[in-house]
Design a protein. Structure first.
Length: 261
């Protein structure tokens, strides 16, 4: 049987969304601006978007780019971050490069990348890759750095070589921190995907949004914002479930209520 506190916790996100939609509806009715449709108008536009075959093809293209950029970033960034966390030489080489790239908005690189690679999938995927890589590298670095030296000494005493210790000791110990970086990177993948498609407008969800803005279809613009927001919530919820299962061993379990008196 679900307790009242648990039910309220599960319902909280939905109640927050309903509250936001209610505020949006009231604000639109008060302002009466043609470029600011009501929440109901935006919600009514969603079925027509999701029912359009061309729009679904655009969404599929977006998800393909996002999955490719995210996957490549994870494959490259986790080993790099782990090596940086365990090797001062590797860290001293890559740290300056990352410090230069980190503060630059990844969307600002899109025009330069377009000059080099055109406006196709490769350019957009590269922007997503760059957006995801930095948080994954950072959290992998922090996780590897926090591994106790005694564990590594024990591995060395058992005859494990440095690459084996990295895979069998450092990676599992740093996994909770790594997955935190991947969760952040997943949200950034969605953001950079939409941004890149709005700049290099050929296909994708960002292209639908910007075309609707150009044509003054503001209900479609806000409907797309809702769809993208729902995608972000859905991706995060699924990833959090996966993360919780993978690192259940690292989560604190409080079987007895704690007292802070």
């Amino acid at each position: 049987m679900i307790s009242g506190e648990t039910a309220l916790k599960r319902a909280a996100p939905f109640l927050a969304c309903l509250g936001l939609l209610a505020l949006w509806q009231v604000a639109s009715l008060v302002l009466k601006n043609d470029s600011f449709p009501t929440a109901l108008e935006a919600l009514r536009a969603i079925p027509s978007i999701l029912g359009d075959k061309e729009a679904l093809i655009n969404f599929a293209a977006s998800l393909r780019r996002m999955a490719t950029g995210f996957g490549l970033a994870v494959v490259v960034s986790i080993p790099l971050g782990l090596m940086m966390g365990r090797s001062r030489l590797v860290a001293s080489f890559f740290n300056p490069l990352l410090m230069v790239i980190y503060p630059v908005p990844k969307a600002a690189l899109m025009p330069i990348i377009m000059l080099w690679l055109g406006v196709g999938d490769i350019a957009k995927t590269l922007v997503i890759f760059l957006g995801v890589s930095l948080p994954v590298i950072y959290h992998s670095f922090q996780g590897a750095k926090a591994v106790e030296e005694k564990m590594l000494w024990s591995g060395a005493a058992m005859g494990l070589l440095a690459p084996q210790r990295l895979i069998r000791i450092v990676f599992p110990a740093a996994l909770p921190e790594i997955l935190t970086g991947c969760r952040t990177g997943l949200v950034l993948a969605l953001i950079t995907m939409i941004t890149s498609e709005m700049i290099a407008r050929q296909s994708g969800a960002g292209n639908i949004l910007f075309n609707a803005l150009d044509m003054g279809q503001y209900d479609t613009v806000f409907a797309m914002i809702i769809i993208v927001g729902a995608m972000g919530i859905g991706f995060d919820a699924v990833f959090e479930r996966i993360r919780a299962r993978l690192v259940r061993w690292s989560e604190p379990q409080f079987d007895i209520p704690l007292s802070f008196s």
